[in-house]
Design a protein around this ligand. Sequence first.
Ligand code: NAD
Ligand code: MG
Ligand code: MG
Length: 338
Amino acid sequence: MKVYYDKDANLDMLQGKKIAVLGYGSQGHAHANNLKDSGMDVVVGLREGSNSIKKAQDAGLAVASIADAVSQSDIVMVLLPDENQAAIYENEIRDNLKQGAALAFAHGLNIHFDYIKPREDIDVFMAAPKGPGHLVRSTYTQGGGVPCLVAVAQDSSGNALETAIAYASAVGGGRAGIIETTFKDETETDLFGEQAVLCGGTTALVQAGFETLVEAGYPPEMAYFECLHELKLIVDLMYEGGIANMRYSISNTAEFGDLTRGPRVVNEQTKAEMKKILEEIQSGQFVKEFFADNEQGGKVFPELRARGADHQIEEVGAKLRGMMPWIEAGKIVDKSKN
Ligand code: NAD
Ligand code: MG
Ligand code: MG
């Protein structure tokens, strides 16, 4: 598999062009600021009355309505919520796109499952950082970058891949590695990763561990440190040198427990469920379920979100983190700015 780095990227593909970044959320603020710091001409497209207008202006970025940002630009990166993209494409993007412009995404879902059917004269590419937007920004400012996937769904200009690689490099991906893939593979692996391992799997594991200790009568504070706080320290070791590096650092006792008990927690049944989850993603069933809930004004989603926020682990955690001021001082998410 070919991995591209900054040296392989031709930033001339972006010079003299205007780039619209639609949305100023997790990914939007990161792309807009990283592109600007890489010397690119950026305009942020936001809806009227958006809270983000002030945040983007305070960061020194030009802001316009979505329609105006699109009609001014040669490259339009869509960083709006996936569930709103198709309607916004129909109403505000399609007829405002310049002839021969490029439409770009950070996730392939709407193109892969045909919710957006792009105009035929344009390029359609993806530049998808493999990390949360706030880290796409913070690692870039520290001189690093988050690895990035690129893909091309439509190549009218004949340069769509070169443009995608240049874009990925300008948001910092070329420092860590840029991998070429397809909209299909990015969509399916991204959804699987966030559901089974990164977000769904991890939060369910942490909560179940916390509940097990608390239900057995141990103090919630101890359960929080054991099952949530320390997870970062363990993951940092895996990030640095893989699972083997983490096992080198932990005690023999911990390692024996890891190797003999871990496969009982995540077992054959868990893996069978993971396969089912992957099939629901591949068939489009997951996306259909998510979009249907959103169309009804969001029924299941807000309820589940509220239940998560009410969990005892959040309350205990807030209290304990208050005693560790260095966490707040180095924080990645600052809701007043990003
Ligand atoms: P987000 O929810 O953080 O931000 C969305 C932005 O769109 C906000 O600025 C919001 O104000 C604006 N917005 C919301 N609803 C709107 C509407 N109806 N009309 C106009 N503007 C609206 O979104 P995000 O998590 O950054 O996701 C954006 C895209 O990036 C998605 O395609 C997502 O799959 C992809 N992505 C996200 C991450 C991540 O770290 N969050 C990682 C990789 C890819
Ligand atoms: Mg995702
Ligand atoms: Mg221990």
